[in-house]
Ligand binder design. Structure first.
Ligand code: SF4
Ligand code: SF4
Length: 288
């Protein structure tokens, strides 16, 4: 069996201070951070012992994980496991990047978000170019606030043409945006319109809970990050029994890491095998 896992442990802290974010500049105690480290290592050990299955893993931390050595070491360990197909992580790309040399680069991918209110475009771009030079697959992206249009346009100009730049729609701001703003974002990211909807999902078939699951630091399995009810625990014997067909119980799904798994949207045709790192088919950025 191949299974995709969205992992989110106990980390809830970040070195950046984006004004719209609940984790902005939040700090955790040494005890809390060591709990996160223990949880991550337990999870990786479990993946390692489940050699009868293959896995693709996307880390979706609440905060910034890659500034912590246990995440860098964790990605090195995971990408070098034979039963891992892919490891991707959402990051603000503020960390040093030399550790990627110890990963199996064919299995590593980054989902790297630019936060123009918190880091200069130059600094973010330098990091992107370093990833590019080190042959690491990544998508770059920005939250689509019209006030950042100039920075976004400049970034698109400066990034290599084979790096996909996504724009996340700020759903509640969309009704206030001009046609020109919407057209601008769609010109930067042709897939931006896909991200502007709340997709009807109740009673619809979704891969969440079947071929993709969310796992927290205690091992609780949920179908996705948007339905709180656990369906099992990955540390139980026969944890695989929790997987199966289920219809969505939420009215709508509007976040990329959720709706890409809604069967009727057929977004696997758009993203192919790089759905976790958000790189569409046709973008040639694995360089090697
Ligand atoms: S970088 Fe991400 S996690 Fe950190 S404050 Fe900004 S939005 Fe929040
Ligand atoms: S449609 Fe969205 S909310 Fe519903 S199960 Fe799938 S990922 Fe979860």
């Amino acid at each position: 069996m191949h299974l995709s896992i969205l992992y989110r442990g106990s980390l809830i802290s970040c070195n950046y201070g984006c004004e719209y974010c609940p984790f902005a500049k939040k700090q955790q105690s040494a005890r809390e951070l060591s709990q996160d480290e223990r949880e991550l290592n337990k999870f990786i050990n479990h993946i390692e012992t489940n050699q009868q299955h293959s896995f693709s893993i996307l880390f979706t931390p609440w905060g910034e994980a890659l500034i912590h050595p246990w995440y860098q070491q964790g990605l090195i360990r995971l990408t070098n496991l034979p039963n891992i197909e892919k490891v991707a992580i959402q990051t603000n790309l503020s960390c040093k990047l030399n550790w990627v040399e110890n990963c199996d680069k064919d299995k590593l991918a980054l989902w790297a978000t630019f936060h123009p209110e918190w880091v200069s475009r130059d600094r973010y771009l330098t990091q992107c170019l370093e990833l590019h030079r080190r042959n690491i697959s990544f998508s770059a992206g920005v939250v689509g606030f019209p006030r950042h249009k100039e920075e976004i346009a400049a970034l698109r100009q400066e990034l290599p043409s084979d790096v996909y730049l996504w724009i996340n729609a700020v759903k509640k701001e969309l009704p206030n945006m001009s046609r020109a703003d919407l057209d601008f974002f769609a010109e930067i990211d042709p897939l931006f319109p896909i991200n502007t909807h709340h997709y009807p999902s109740r009673d619809r078939s979704c891969q969440a809970g079947k071929s993709v699951i969310a796992v927290d630091g205690e091992g609780n399995i949920r179908r996705c990050h948007f339905i709180r009810q656990p369906i099992g625990n990955i540390y139980d014997d026969n944890w695989e029994d929790a997987l199966g067909d289920r219809l969505c119980t939420n009215e709508t799904c509007h976040c990329h890491i959720g709706y890409v798994h809604l069967d009727y949207l057929e977004l696997d045709k758009v993203y192919g095998d790089r759905i976790l790192e958000r790189i569409p088919v046709g973008i040639n950025n694995n360089y090697s």
